[in-house]
Design a protein around this ligand. Structure first.
Ligand code: AMP
Ligand code: MG
Length: 310
């Protein structure tokens, strides 16, 4: 056999094997409510049992993450930090440390627009939106004083956290869902199902593409119009005030807070961010909803390989 043919033969065989194994895959879809939103997993597997088992494991992983990072769950690790880290230095879990460190990087790269120490303010605005009652200015000022990331001290060598002011409160609502989506995908991938997409209320991680396709087709809404994008091993997340806001004197205040003044942002646009994984896309979308200075936006995009979909 000529040498050239011998060297390409394994490639041909590999290609045929790949397309043959892709042909035996079927599409499955599962949905469950987690983290206050609908999670859906679409995957290509070779049996219904394998698909169901993988998605069950992925949903359990999402719930596990919720129990660590939710500020609605009273005994979550995050709530425990908010309750006790003023009184004593607290050692945190590896995954909590990873998200705290990433949040710190986002705070810096976004010039303070992304701030997980704004728990007192997000709580105030959440209640305002629920009751449709505008918060008092004095309450906003008081909550703002307890919402400084500079009052959070992290010790890398000991993996500990300490809150410097009383009644501070951390809120990872702008980043934890993206992490849960990434972890759900990793769960199904580790079970041998890489052709999968995880959607958590519109934030998406798409893995290896469906058989014989160039990627996962995802529809994003942009300035009232829709646009199709194709994703492979990539994420997209969106933020904005479409559903949760309070209207006061013809101005809409969102559940996303501007750390400079403690008010909900009033920009009605939805922001879509694209990134190599969903934790980055999620944090970036929240940060970019608040950011207005073009240079800051550029620097955030460069720091994290994220991009604003325009
Ligand atoms: P998302 O839908 O991902 O943009 O997340 C919005 C959630 O992030 C809010 O409900 C708050 O819990 C939290 N949040 C609000 N404003 C900010 C902010 N400026 N930085 C970080 N997290 C925020
Ligand atoms: Mg977000």
């Amino acid at each position: 056999m000529p040498l050239k043919l011998i060297s390409i033969l394994p490639l041909i065989l590999l290609f045929q094997w790949n397309s043959l194994s892709a042909q035996s895959l079927s599409k499955y879809e599962f949905s469950e409510v987690h983290m206050g939103t609908l999670f859906s997993i679409v995957l290509y597997a070779d049996s219904a049992e394998a698909a169901k088992q993988a998605s069950d494991r992925a949903f359990s992983r999402v719930e596990e993450i919720n129990q660590v990072f939710s500020d609605y769950v009273e005994d979550s690790e995050l709530s425990q930090i908010s309750q006790y880290a003023f009184y004593k230095e607290m050692k945190v879990s590896d995954e909590m440390w990873a998200l705290l460190s990433l949040s710190d990087k986002f705070y810096r790269a976004s010039n303070g627009a992304f701030n997980i120490a704004m728990g007192p303010l997000t709580k105030l605005w959440r209640r305002a939106i629920r009751r449709q009652e505008m918060p008092q200015e004095s309450d906003i000022k008081e909550a703002l004083a307890r919402s400084n990331w500079s009052d959070v001290s992290l010790d890398k060598s000991k993996q500990t956290i300490r809150l410097k002011k009383e009644k501070m409160r951390l809120d990872m609502g702008g980043i934890a869902k993206g992490y849960a989506i990434d972890e759900a995908y990793q769960t199904v991938k580790q079970l041998g199902i890489p052709r999968a997409l995880v959607d958590g209320g519109g934030d998406i991680f798409a893995g290896e593409p469906p058989p014989n396709s160039k990627g996962w087709k995802v529809m994003v809404k942009l300035n009232g119009k829709t646009q199709d994008i194709y994703l492979t091993n990539e994420a997209v997340a969106s933020s904005g005030s479409t559903y949760r806001f309070i209207e006061h004197n013809d101005v809409m205040y969102s559940h996303i807070i501007d750390p400079r003044n403690g008010y909900g942002i009033t920009n009605p646009n939805r922001i879509n961010a694209r990134a190599p994984n969903c934790v980055l896309a999620d944090a970036a979308a929240t940060a970019l909803s608040v950011m207005t200075v073009e240079e800051d936006i550029k620097s955030l995009e460069e720091s994290f390989e994220v991009s604003l979909i325009k």
